[in-house]
Design a protein around this ligand. Structure first.
Ligand SMILES: NC(=O)c1ccc[n+]([C@@H]2O[C@H](COP(=O)([O-])OP(=O)(O)OC[C@H]3O[C@@H](n4cnc5c(N)ncnc54)[C@H](OP(=O)(O)O)[C@@H]3O)[C@@H](O)[C@H]2O)c1
Length: 213
């Protein structure tokens, strides 16, 4: 697939690199440094390159939105018309000092994004793991037991693309339902972050969802 990365920082840089190593064509975009985007593309190898958000969105099968909440409008404006596009968002609706969610309870960042872009196909995924765990999960992808990763959305085609990417990174994709479920997964993402950064063992934390019958 052709995957555009909107925001090439901790999440976008690592996920884009993994998508490229898994065989996808990746365009890294949206950084204050063009040299950084070029370096990411060079080191990811495969069919990856640096580009503008508009180039990342052009003909993309999927876009990863991985910017701070305060940058969402800016990057979307640069990306241009995203009608019909599959957008996988890991961006949490955090305040400027990253201490709390600015949308929660009766809505979520993912739903707010869907309202902003009514013609796009939004999936919420990847925000429930710290970026530090991603390369280890990818390296261990052939092991029998994979960590889970929950995702939600209202568009089945978009969810299939998200599930494929989640699987390619090395997780077991767990469909947690429609996009409004992001009201629960976004606070869960903060819990994971708190466990990762304030708990024992540091940020190398992933989780596994199991059903007991
Ligand atoms: N990091 C995690 O473990 C984690 C986990 C779960 C969810 N999330 C969510 O994922 C999203 C991305 O987080 P992150 O940690 O990847 O953030 P990050 O490392 O700060 O990356 C954000 C990207 O946006 C770019 N950017 C910021 N301001 C810009 C500007 N004025 N012009 C152009 N580019 C600009 C940054 O550019 P530069 O390259 O120049 O810095 C960077 O590439 C956030 O919404 C966060 O809540 C993160």
């Amino acid at each position: 697939m052709k995957i555009g990365i909107l925001g090439s920082g901790l999440m976008g840089g690592k996920l884009g690199t993994i998508f490229a190593r898994a065989g996808h064509e990746v365009v890294f975009s949206y950084s204050r440094s063009d040299a950084k985007l070029k370096k990411l593309a060079r080191e990811a190898k495969g069919k990856s390159r640096a580009g503008t958000p508009r180039e990342a969105a052009q003909d993309a099968d999927g876009l990863l939105l991985a910017v701070h909440w305060s940058r969402v409008n800016h990057v979307l404006k640069q990306a241009g018309d995203l009608s019909g596009k599959v957008i996988i968002t890991c961006s949490l609706p955090m305040n400027l000092d990253d201490t709390e969610l600015v949308i929660s309870g009766t809505s979520s960042g993912a739903e707010a994004l869907a309202k902003k872009l009514p013609a796009a196909r939004i999936v919420s995924a990847f925000n429930t793991v710290p970026s530090e765990v991603l390369f280890n999960v990818f390296a261990a992808r052939r092991k029998r037991t994979r960590p889970s990763l929950i995702y939600c959305g209202d568009d089945s085609k978009a969810k299939k693309i998200a599930a494929r990417l989640i699987h390619d990174v090395g997780f077991d994709p767990v469909d947690s339902g429609p996009l409004r479920i992001a009201r629960y997964t976004e606070p869960f993402a903060l819990l994971v972050a708190q466990l990762a950064y304030e708990g024992k063992g540091g940020p190398e934390i992933a989780y596994r969802v199991e059903r007991f019958r």
